[in-house]
Design a protein around this ligand. Structure first.
Ligand code: VTB
Length: 331
C-alpha cells in the first residue's frame, strides 16, 4: 500500500485543524498570531500520525522557527512507519486571513524521501498554467510568446485570458508586458499558491500565474500541479537585488548542492516524487475552496486532497459537530 492511501485521511485532518484554528482569528489584524495558531494546530495534529516525517519546507530554520522548522521530525516515528518528506505552509496568505480577504488556505504536501525540492527560503520566478498549456510556456520566452502559446492551446484569443500576478512593484514591467499583449490581469495582494492551483483547474477563469513569489510556495504549487497535470517553470531568485546579494545567494545554493543558480525547473523537477499527497483547507473564501464557517455547534470546512499515484482529486466538505445533542446539520 502506498503512503498516499495510508495518510490521505490523516492529512485531511491536519489541514482542517490548521484551517479552523486560523479561521477563528480572521480579521483580527494579527498576521503573526494567525500564523502561530495554524502552526501549532498543524504540529499537534501531525504528532500521532503513523509516519516518520521530516519537514523539508517549513516555517524556516530551526533557530527562527520553534515549530515545523526545516529538518524537524514529525509523526510518531515508529519503526515500521513509512518515511516521508513534508512541505508545509500552515497559513498561506497570513495577511489575507488577518484582513478577512479571500484566498487564505492551510496547506501540506508529502512525498517519498527526496520527492520535493529542498528550496531555500528565497523567491522563485514562476510561470504556471493548466494541463492544456503544459510544456508550451517557458521562463526564457517573452510574455507575449507565452500568452500566445497559452491562447493557442486553449483555443481562444489572448484577450480572453486571465493572468494572476502578485501586486508588487517588482512586477511593473511584467504587468506592462501582459497589458500590451492584450490579456486581462488579476492583481492579488498575496496567495500565489492557491492562484497556481486554480490555474490548473478548468472553469476557474484563471489561465496563468506569472511573476516572482515565494520559493517554498513554488514547490507546494508544483506538488499540486503534478496531481492536476498542470505545467510550471520556476527559477530560484534572491530576495534582494544587487551583485553582492547575488554572490551570497549563489554560495548559499552551492552549499545546498544546487550548482547552477540560474537553473530552470519544471513542475516535475520541483516535485519529482513518485508518490505525492497534497492537502489544503480553505481558511477564507477562495476560487476553489470556501472559507471555514462556524455555526454555533460546530464548523464546516472545504478541502482539497489529491494523490498523484492514485490519480484522485477529492473536494471534501466536512461538518464537525461539537458533541452537543442540539447540533443540527444543514444541507
Ligand atoms: C507570495 C505570496 C505569499 O509571499 O509567495 C509572497 O503568494 C512573496 O513574498 O502569500 P513578498 O510578499 O515578499 O512579495 C506571500 O505573500 C506570503 O508567504
Amino acid at each position: 500500500m502506498s503512503f498516499e492511501s495510508q495518510l490521505s485521511r490523516e492529512f485531511l485532518r491536519v489541514v482542517e485543524e490548521a484551517g479552523i484554528a486560523a479561521a477563528r482569528t480572521m480579521g483580527q489584524g494579527d498576521r503573526k498570531g494567525s500564523d502561530r495558531v495554524a502552526v501549532e494546530a498543524m504540529r499537534k495534529s501531525m504528532d500521532s500520525l503513523p509516519m516518520r516525517g521530516t519537514v523539508v519546507i517549513g516555517e524556516g530554520e530551526r533557530d527562527e522557527a520553534p515549530m515545523l522548522y526545516i529538518g524537524e521530525r514529525v509523526g510518531r516515528q515508529g519503526d515500521g512507519d513509512i518515511e516521508v518528506d513534508i512541505a508545509v505552509d500552515p497559513l498561506e496568505g497570513t495577511n489575507l486571513c488577518a484582513t478577512g480577504s479571500p484566498g487564505a488556505i492551510a496547506v501540506l504536501a508529502a512525498s517519498n524521501h527526496g520527492g520535493l525540492l529542498h528550496a531555500p527560503d528565497c523567491y522563485m520566478e514562476k510561470i504556471i498554467v493548466g494541463p492544456a498549456a503544459r510544456g508550451a510556456v517557458h521562463l526564457d520566452a517573452s510574455v507575449k510568446e507565452n500568452l500566445s502559446a497559452i491562447a493557442k492551446r486553449l483555443n481562444r484569443a489572448v484577450k480572453d485570458l486571465v493572468v494572476i500576478v502578485l501586486d508588487r512593484p517588482r512586477h511593473q514591467q511584467l504587468v506592462e508586458d501582459i497589458r500590451s499583449a492584450g490579456a486581462r490581469i488579476r492583481l492579488i495582494s498575496d496567495g500565489d499558491l492557491s492562484a497556481g492551483v486554480s490555474a490548473a483547474v478548468r472553469r476557474t477563469n484563471v489561465h496563468a500565474v506569472m511573476g516572482i513569489g515565494g520559493a517554498p510556495e513554488g514547490v507546494l504549487t508544483a506538488a499540486a500541479l503534478r496531481c492536476l497535470n498542470g505545467g510550471m517553470e520556476g527559477r530560484l531568485v534572491p530576495f534582494k537585488e544587487g551583485e553582492e546579494e547575488r554572490k551570497k545567494f549563489t554560495e548559499r545554493l552551492r552549499g545546498m548542492g544546487i550548482a547552477d543558480p540560474d537553473r530552470t525547473y519544471s513542475e516535475r523537477e520541483l516535485a519529482p516524487g513518485p508518490d505525492i499527497l497534497f492537502a489544503a483547507t480553505g481558511v477564507t473564501d477562495g476560487n476553489l475552496l470556501r472559507g471555514v464557517r462556524f455555526f454555533g455547534h460546530g464548523s464546516r470546512t472545504s478541502s482539497l486532497v489529491m494523490a498523484l499515484r492514485e490519480h484522485s482529486i477529492r473536494f471534501i466538505d466536512t461538518v464537525r459537530l461539537d458533541g452537543s445533542q442540539d447540533a443540527v446539520v444543514e444541507f
